[in-house]
Design a protein around this ligand. Structure first.
Ligand code: SF4
Length: 259
C-alpha cells in the first residue's frame, strides 16, 4: 500500500486487497520495527502457535502450522478501523479511508516484496527466518518457561482430534470433554497469572500465549460454557461457524481456490 503523499506505483492499484487478507507474518528482518522511535508494541502482534490451523496460501489449503509464527494484529485492533466487508484479519496498520499503510516507510519485509502481478519473491521468503516469541526475550527469561508450560498444557494440536472425539459419543466423548475442559481452565489460569503475577495486561496475551482457548475451540466448532462445578465446560456447538482462520501471510489467493 502507498501513503497518500507518495506516487502510486504502476504495479500497485492501492486496492488494499493484500492488506485485507491479513497482515504479514514477521521475519527476522522485521525486528527493527520493535526498536527505536515509533517502535511497534508487542500488543500489535499475535502468535499463531505450532499445530494451529492456518490457511497456507502457497499450498492453497488449511494446514497445521509446522512452527509458530508471529503476525501483525488484525483489524479489530483499536489502532485500526474495521474494514467494511473485510475478513476481520485485515492488517491493523491499514487505514481507511484511502487504503494507506500507517507504517509504509518501515513496512515489514513481506509487504516490501509483495507484488500482485508476481508473487515469486514473496513465495521465496514465505517460510524463511520467521520471527518467534523467543526472538524477543533473552535466553533464560522466566516468560520462556511460562510459554513452554503453556504449550504443554494447552496443546493446540490436540484441539482438532479432541473435537472429533467429543462428537463420537460414549466414553471417548467424555474423555475428550474432560481433556478439553482441562486445557481451557489451564489457558485461563495462565492468562490470569500473566496479568496478576507478571503485570502483563490482556493486550499482550495474544503475543505471549497466542489466541485463547475459546477462540481456538470456536475454530473447531466447540463452545465454552460456564459450569457450576468446574467453572467451564466444553461442548460441541451445533450452530458454531468456524472463525476466520488467519492466513500466515498475505499472498494473493491461490488460483485453485478461486471461483
Ligand atoms: S503493514 Fe502496511 S503494507 Fe503491510 S499489510 Fe499492513 S497495511 Fe498493508
Amino acid at each position: 500500500m502507498k501513503t497518500e503523499a507518495e506516487p502510486t506505483s504502476p504495479a500497485c492499484r492501492r486496492c488494499g486487497t493484500c492488506c485485507q487478507k491479513g497482515g504479514p507474518a514477521l521475519h527476522l528482518q522485521d525486528l527493527h520495527l520493535f526498536d527505536g522511535p515509533g517502535a511497534l508494541s508487542l500488543a500489535m502482534v499475535v502468535t499463531l502457535r505450532a499445530g494451529e490451523p492456518a490457511f497456507d496460501q502457497p499450498k492453497g489449503r488449511l494446514l497445521p502450522l509446522a512452527a509458530e509464527l508471529l503476525k501483525l494484529r488484525g483489524a479489530e485492533s483499536p489502532n485500526s478501523e474495521r474494514i467494511s466487508g473485510g475478513s476481520g484479519w485485515a492488517c491493523a496498520l491499514l487505514m481507511q479511508p484511502g487504503n494507506a499503510c500507517a507504517l509504509y516507510e518501515r513496512r515489514p519485509a513481506e509487504c516490501r516484496v509483495l507484488s500482485c502481478q508476481d508473487t515469486t519473491a514473496l513465495a521465496a521468503m514465505y517460510e524463511l527466518e520467521r520471527l518467534s516469541r523467543a526472538d524477543f526475550l533473552p535466553a533464560g527469561h522466566g516468560l520462556l518457561a511460562v510459554m513452554a508450560e503453556h504449550e504443554a498444557l494447552v496443546a493446540v494440536a490436540r484441539v482438532a482430534p479432541l473435537a472429533v472425539a467429543l462428537r463420537a459419543g460414549g466414553q471417548e466423548s467424555l474423555d475428550a470433554q474432560e481433556e478439553l475442559t482441562r486445557m481451557a481452565l489451564a489457558d485461563r489460569a495462565f492468562r490470569t497469572g500473566l496479568a496478576e503475577r507478571a503485570g502483563i495486561g490482556p493486550e499482550f496475551h495474544e503475543f505471549f500465549l497466542g489466541r485463547d482457548a475459546a477462540t481456538l475451540f470456536a475454530v473447531a466448532r466447540l463452545a465454552l460454557r460456564p459450569d457450576a462445578r468446574t467453572g467451564l465446560r466444553v461442548q460441541a456447538d451445533p450452530l458454531g461457524q468456524p472463525l476466520p482462520t488467519p492466513a500466515p501471510a498475505h499472498l494473493p489467493p491461490h488460483p485453485e481456490n478461486q471461483p
